[in-house]
Design a protein around this ligand. Structure first.
Ligand SMILES: Cc1cc2nc3c(=O)[nH]c(=O)nc-3n(C[C@H](O)[C@H](O)[C@H](O)COP(=O)(O)OP(=O)(O)OC[C@H]3O[C@@H](n4cnc5c(N)ncnc54)[C@H](O)[C@@H]3O)c2cc1C
Length: 359
């Protein structure tokens, strides 16, 4: 008979309540919130392929800077990739990472959610962070729940806000179909969240310094990748746009949407909207900004005929410059915009389009 005393040990395979094969020895007790000495924040830094090689995704940059500002714990960044990633070190340190774990394992150069989660779990075991943050991207949504299951902890998905209450992470996300904003706490360490892009301001790109560590993960791939085919074409995600033309209930003429699209294509912008236009059936839900839509943080947000209701504001208040075109001088949006035009929104769109065509 085994001497095993309960489910928190994983040093043998006698326990039946947990899956000991998936947890490194001592992991459960280390992450008990009452006993834990866990500290700091670990962030998976996702890279995006561009014409000039990989670059740090916006959401990862936002999370590193947000973690740095949340408390005085260390910020650990984890990045997967080959030698080309070395050129990104100083940028990642510049956003606020103190230590960078660079996973250079050849077998992990092809993305696999299981292997990435396994590798992240091995780094979590070394670092023992109190918090793990991952971008709410399609890959983040695949890796985070697998990692949470391996660590035996909870996961709050799709957060739009984070704050620290002592050692507790308060994770804010829309709930009940966007009717409420819920503050969620995790009763175990590490406390894990995936976070929507644009929930925090995009930090400036500056060079920084820190400690870089090469990490080896020998378990490698659990699957063989036979072939990979990247999907080409520009992004259709309003969260990626640097300039947004936002249309709201003050737009009276449906053809103004085509005019806005025409202006957007000339200046490299995208068109988004408030819930009013989604409810009218004029714009798809994927373009809606706000509490029950997407959170954006462009350099310029041009709001045409938008009142500035709080449910819209929470989705765009991270914009660097806000220009409001609204014919009501008392509309709330004028109170938080950098420039206000008290005039008719459809006419301004037409005028802009004509001027651009003449040029
Ligand atoms: C649970 C919940 C979740 C929600 N989620 C979202 C969300 O994600 N996103 C969102 O946007 N809303 C959301 N809403 C709805 C939100 O409360 C507002 O109703 C909505 O944002 C209003 O959109 P709007 O300002 O474009 O339209 P309106 O309220 O119709 O305001 C139109 C504005 O345009 C101005 N205007 C009128 N005519 C003109 C003109 N000719 N030229 C210029 N300006 C003009 C008016 O003065 C007014 O300020 C949510 C509501 C709830 C209850």
């Amino acid at each position: 008979m085994s001497d095993c005393s309960g489910g928190s040990c994983s040093s043998c395979s006698s326990c039946s309540s947990d899956d000991p094969d998936r947890l490194p020895p001592g992991m459960l007790s280390r992450y008990n919130i009452n006993e834990s000495t866990a500290d700091g924040t670990l962030i998976w830094v996702e890279l995006v392929e561009g014409a000039e090689g990989p670059h740090v995704s916006d959401v990862s940059a936002e999370l590193i800077a947000a973690a740095k500002g949340m408390d005085d714990g260390r910020v650990f960044a984890v990045v997967f990739g080959g030698l080309e990633v070395k050129s990104l070190y100083s940028e990642i340190f510049g956003y606020g990472a103190d230590s960078l774990y660079h996973v250079r394992e050849r077998s992990l150069e092809s993305y696999s959610p299981e292997a990435y989660a396994g590798c992240l779990a091995s780094i979590v075991e070394r670092v023992s962070p109190a918090v793990i943050l991952i971008g709410s991207t399609s890959r983040g949504r695949e890796v985070a729940p697998r990692l949470a299951a391996m660590l035996g902890t909870g996961l709050t998905a799709d957060c739009t806000g984070l704050s620290m209450d002592g050692r507790k992470l308060v994770m804010t996300r829309p709930a009940f179909g966007g009717n409420l904003l819920a503050d969620i706490e995790c009763t175990k360490f590490p406390q894990m969240a995936t976070v929507r892009q644009g929930s925090f301001p995009r930090p400036e790109k500056v060079d920084g310094q820190g400690t870089a560590i090469y990490w080896q993960y020998t378990d490698g791939m659990l699957k063989d990748v036979l072939s990979e085919e990247p999907i080409a074409g520009p992004s259709d995600d309003i969260r990626d746009a640097k300039v947004l033309i936002a249309l709201g209930g003050g737009i009276r003429d449906r053809s103004s949407i085509d005019i806005a699209e025409s202006i957007a294509s000339r200046i490299g912008a995208m068109v988004c909207c408030s819930r009013s236009l989604v409810e009218r059936g004029w714009m798809p839900r994927s373009r809606q900004v706000g509490m029950s839509g997407r959170t954006v943080a462009p350099d310029i947000y041009l709001a045409f005929g938008i009142s500035g209701a709080v449910q819209h504001r929470v989705g765009m208040s991270g914009s660097k410059r806000i220009v409001a075109i609204n014919n009501d001088p008392d509309a709330p949006i004028h109170g938080f915009s950098d420039l206000s035009l008290i005039t008719d929104a459809d006419s301004v769109l037409r005028l802009l389009d004509e001027k651009m065509k003449k040029r």
